[in-house]
Design a protein around this ligand. Structure first.
Ligand SMILES: Cc1ncc(COP(=O)(O)O)c(C=O)c1O
Length: 445
């Protein structure tokens, strides 16, 4: 006998609450207490810059975090900041981008990626994404103009973007590459940590991320001058360039993006937990993908061949339109009623925000109205990135409970609810289970 769905008045499959992103434990507690006991909640220290009262290289915890990240990621320079948003802004600034420049960005990501060029007067140009959610190389190529200076690529959902194609394009057109790795801690592209392939990589420690210290971020780079510029932008750089004798002062007007000792102490301990947290996360993803692959209407995330994805959230595609299924909204409503939290889509493609529709970041329509940007009037019209719109409006459903401290019993609940709802709607499972994982790295020539 078919069970009555919760959406039709039956009992929900799950009433237990889901657990938030609790990743901290005794190590973080001890680290915070040590900072509190020291009395130094933030420390400037200036040993690497010439004017100690104004320079900030951070205290011992900040140095420890930056050294640890440098070692783990295999990069010479790490500059901590107080968020990935700050890190993206600092990256655009450090690369010297501004009025008259265009930066190619993804429309299907967090808003700061497109705001970062704008705050320096550069124009974001949105290129469409692949079905997996990251920038499409062909779409980027189609949006290049003589004013394009950089690509800001996001390893969306923790799945490495097509860096081979994007880096080749960047090399051909002398473009800078910023990698946004906020959602991709521990992900690798052909064995190399994401964030270390372009000019600057940016990571986030915000409360929802795989590892977190409430807020916080890192910029990583192989270039010593870029690292110095990032450091200056992090801390009122205009005040120190004189004594430092640093001549390339454009964009060095600075902010306060400093990370506190308390935050750094927590972030350090979180870095040590990364492999374990990712291992647990990947086990949950594997279980969920295997279960969902039994249904033709679902396309579980496939990752990218020869790359290691780490899945910040679970981006599932539901092919309602192709298969005569019920609409996505109905599926999500029914699953939510069962106590299983799926969201419809990720974020509305960014160019549909009023900011882009009205081309007004600052007064008088700046920076679009600036004389230097006269020739930069990219297409922000609805339909201009059709894949992003299809994913957001029709196909993608997102679940975030593939992260610890959730466990396999929780994923069993998710799958149970899917079976219950689709079973009640007469949707048969297909067999045998589909191979969701893509080829292993050792199977690729
Ligand atoms: C892809 C992406 N970039 C940037 C950010 C900004 O991170 P933060 O909250 O550390 O500023 C986020 C956070 O949601 C993100 O998901």
């Amino acid at each position: 006998m078919t069970e009555i769905l919760a959406v039709d008045g039956g009992p929900p499959l799950r009433s237990r609450p889901w657990l938030d992103n609790f990743t901290t434990g005794d190590a973080e507690r001890q680290a915070v207490l040590a900072v509190l006991d020291s009395g130094y909640l933030s420390l400037f220290e200036g040993s690497h810059t010439p004017d100690p009262p104004f320079a900030f290289t951070g205290g011992p915890a900040v140095h420890r975090l930056e050294d640890l990240a440098a070692e783990r990621l295999g990069v010479p320079h790490v500059v901590s900041v107080n968020s990935a948003t700050s890190g993206l802004y600092a990256a655009i600034g450090a690369l010297g981008l501004g009025y008259g420049d265009e930066v190619i960005v993804s429309p299907y990501t967090m808003s700061a990626c497109a705001a970062a060029p704008l705050v320096y007067g550069a124009i974001p140009v949105f290129a469409d994404v692949e079905d997996g959610g990251s920038l499409s190389v062909a779409a980027v190529a189609a949006r290049l103009t003589p004013r394009t200076r950089a690509i800001l690529v996001v390893h969306q959902f923790g799945i490495p973007a097509d860096m081979d194609g994007l880096l080749a394009l960047a090399a051909d057109h002398q473009l800078k590459v910023i990698e946004d790795c906020a959602q991709a801690w521990g992900a690798r592209h052909r064995g190399r940590p994401v964030g270390t392939l372009g000019d600057i990589g940016v990571f986030s420690f915000n409360v929802n991320k795989t590892i977190q210290s409430g807020e916080g971020g890192l910029c990583v780079t192989r270039d010593a001058d870029l690292a110095y510029r990032l450091q200056l932008i992090r801390n009122h750089g205009e005040a120190v360039v004189g004594p430092a004798g640093y001549d390339a002062i454009t964009n060095i007007i600075g902010y306060n993006y400093r990370m506190t000792e308390l935050t750094a102490a927590v972030a350090c301990e979180q870095m040590r937990r990364l492999e374990d947290l990712n291992r647990q996360r990947l086990e949950l993803v594997a279980q969920l993908s295997e279960g969902l692959a039994r249904y033709d209407c679902f396309v579980p995330p496939a990752g990218r061949p020869d790359c290691d994805s780490t899945y910040y959230v679970y981006p599932l595609r539901y092919l309602a339109g192709h298969l005569g299924q019920r609409p996505r909204a109905e599926l999500v409503k029914a699953l939510n009623a069962e106590g299983i939290l799926f969201y419809q889509g990720y974020v509305r493609p960014l160019y549909l925000q009023p900011l882009y529709q009205r081309r007004q970041a600052f007064r008088h329509g700046y920076p679009w109205s600036a004389p230097e940007n006269r020739d930069s009037q990219p297409d922000y019209s609805p339909g201009s990135c059709p894949t992003a719109e299809r994913l957001h409006n029709h196909e993608m459903i997102i679940n975030e409970h593939i992260r610890p401290p959730q466990s396999s019993g929780d994923v069993t609940d998710i799958l149970g609810a899917v079976d219950k709802v689709l079973g009640a709607w007469g949707q048969a499972r297909s067999a045998p289970p589909r191979d969701w994982s893509g080829p292993r790295s050792d199977e690729i020539g």
